[in-house]
Design a protein around this ligand. Structure first.
Ligand SMILES: Cc1cc2nc3c(=O)[nH]c(=O)nc-3n(C[C@H](O)[C@H](O)[C@H](O)COP(=O)(O)OP(=O)(O)OC[C@H]3O[C@@H](n4cnc5c(N)ncnc54)[C@H](O)[C@@H]3O)c2cc1C
Length: 424
């Protein structure tokens, strides 16, 4: 510790969590519920979560299912003239209810601190964490530090997490009132690839789809989404496309009540263990194909908290213990298989995406459910990818095969890793 380091800004805690988004708060609640003292830092620790969070209803833990703002039984994708029913209920979370439920699960040792963390160094018995609070330099001490600060992690310094460059999901959405329904009334439309406003997706910077939900009465949430691209469409581009789509289908918005911009990397490699434990989007836990993360973080938090609490009790490295639970060999291998899927998607010409997803959702439901679940082991994932390949039309299969050949090294590595975990 240098002589001019700021004085401690609060009592030492067992854990310090950087970021009180859904992932950070979920882990903070679970750790404090296990009797630990936990400081969750965030510049705005009491502010509502800003994004609109959706999840498959059955992916959410039971207590979080009760935080649904809306749940739709009628869920569809539209990759051609006829909709495909998905027969899997989909939920939009009520962020205030989710926050309240997370805080309700916390133990008495949880402290929310309005502060921004800028660094952490090892110190006797744990970590000295630096940051700022009320515009002044601040310092805290904790036995374990967890970086849950989102897609641009505050502490994690691992340069090769997007070895081929970040591939982004971007989307622009509005909640608005409409004179005529912009999507099926009473339904959630997970993906509508029809493009009345952009008949030649290759000449319009990639295919984008409509993600839309009826919120009741004349209110709808409609979002123009680019699933994954490098480079990705910009906010202005997607906003223009959304309004062009709505005009082209004869359903312009009457009044825009709010809007949202989505942009985050989809191809983040798992972080190497390095003393600070990463959780949530900071840990690259966003699903590389769907972009979902929140339900997974809510499900992972109790097991990670168990491991960290046990390690602290037993005098073992708590960050390593948490990392081992988050990234067992099977999950790392599954991640490698998913990243292969990302390469395949990035190599598909935009006009082939609807046919790809038509083949994807024609898989037996148990298979596509498992493919979108981050806990599915690599073997079944790889088998599903092969089955998808076999059933896709030729104009989809060819670019997929080319992508696999172009990334033969990565493919072999992923499939080897998958094979190793299967034989271990
Ligand atoms: C607009 C949008 C919509 C999304 N929709 C979905 C969806 O429908 N379903 C889904 O599963 N996923 C969705 N995602 C992806 C992902 O799940 C979210 O990004 C999710 O918010 C990640 O949760 P998190 O807690 O890991 O990080 P965040 O929610 O980003 O929270 C990180 C927190 O850390 C704080 N922080 C940052 N830096 C510091 C620092 N230096 N010191 C202290 N605190 C700091 C931030 O203020 C923030 O509160 C969406 C992403 C976006 C951007």
């Amino acid at each position: 510790m240098t002589a001019d380091a700021p004085l401690l800004s609060g009592p030492p805690t067992d854990a310090l969590i950087v970021g009180a988004g859904p992932a950070g708060l979920a882990l903070a609640a679970e750790l404090s519920a296990r009797g630990l003292s936990v400081r969750a830092t965030d510049p705005h620790p009491h502010a509502p979560f800003p994004a609109t969070y959706g999840a498959w209803h059955d992916d959410l833990p039971g207590w979080a299912q009760a935080c649904a703002a809306h749940t739709w039984a009628d869920v569809r994708v539209q990759t051609g003239p006829q909709p495909t029913p998905l027969l899997r209920p989909y939920t939009l979370l009520d962020n205030a209810a989710l926050r309240a439920a997370l805080l309700g699960r916390a133990g008495p040792g949880l402290t929310l601190t309005a502060a921004r963390v800028s660094g952490a160094i090892r110190a006797a018995g744990g970590w000295s964490v630096q940051g700022s609070q009320d515009g002044q330099p601040a310092r805290w001490e904790a036995r374990v530090v967890i970086d849950a600060s989102g897609h641009r992690p505050a502490l994690l310094r691992q340069p090769d997490r997007h070895p081929d460059g970040a591939a982004l999901q971007t989307a622009y959405g509005i909640v608005a009132t409409f004179d005529r329904p912009p999507s099926a009334p009473g339904a959630a439309v997970w993906m509508d690839y029809r493009a009345p406003h952009a008949p030649h997706p290759d000449r319009h910077g990639g295919a984008t789809f409509l993600y839309a939900m009826h919120l009741g009465g004349d209110r709808y949430f409609v979002e123009e989404t680019s699933l994954i691209a490098r480079p990705a469409p910009t906010r202005q581009d997607l906003k223009a496309r959304l309004h062009a789509r709505l005009r082209a289908q004869g359903t312009p918005a009457r009044e825009v009540l709010s809007d949202e911009w989505v942009s985050f990397p989809m191809n983040t490699a798992p972080p190497a263990p390095d003393g600070v434990l990463a959780f949530g989007a900071a840990a690259g836990l966003v699903h590389p194909i769907s972009g979902f993360q929140v339900a997974g973080a809510l499900r992972d938090a109790p097991a990670v908290a168990d491991a960290v609490a046990r390690a602290l009790r037993d005098g073992r490295d708590p960050a390593q213990a948490g990392w081992d639970v988050l990234w067992p060999p099977e999950r790392r291998a599954a991640r490698a298989v998913h990243l292969l899927g990302v390469q395949a998607l990035l190599n598909l010409p935009p006009q082939a995406l609807p046919a790809f997803f038509e083949a994807f959702f024609a898989l037996p439901p148990a298979r596509w459910h498992a493919f979108l679940d981050p806990r599915t082991p690599p073997g079944p994932l790889a088998r599903t990818m092969l089955r998808l390949f076999a059933h896709a039309p030729a104009h989809v299969r060819l670019p997929l095969a080319r992508a696999a050949l172009r990334h033969a090294g990565t493919s072999l590595h992923a499939l080897n890793a998958a094979a190793r975990t299967l034989t271990a």
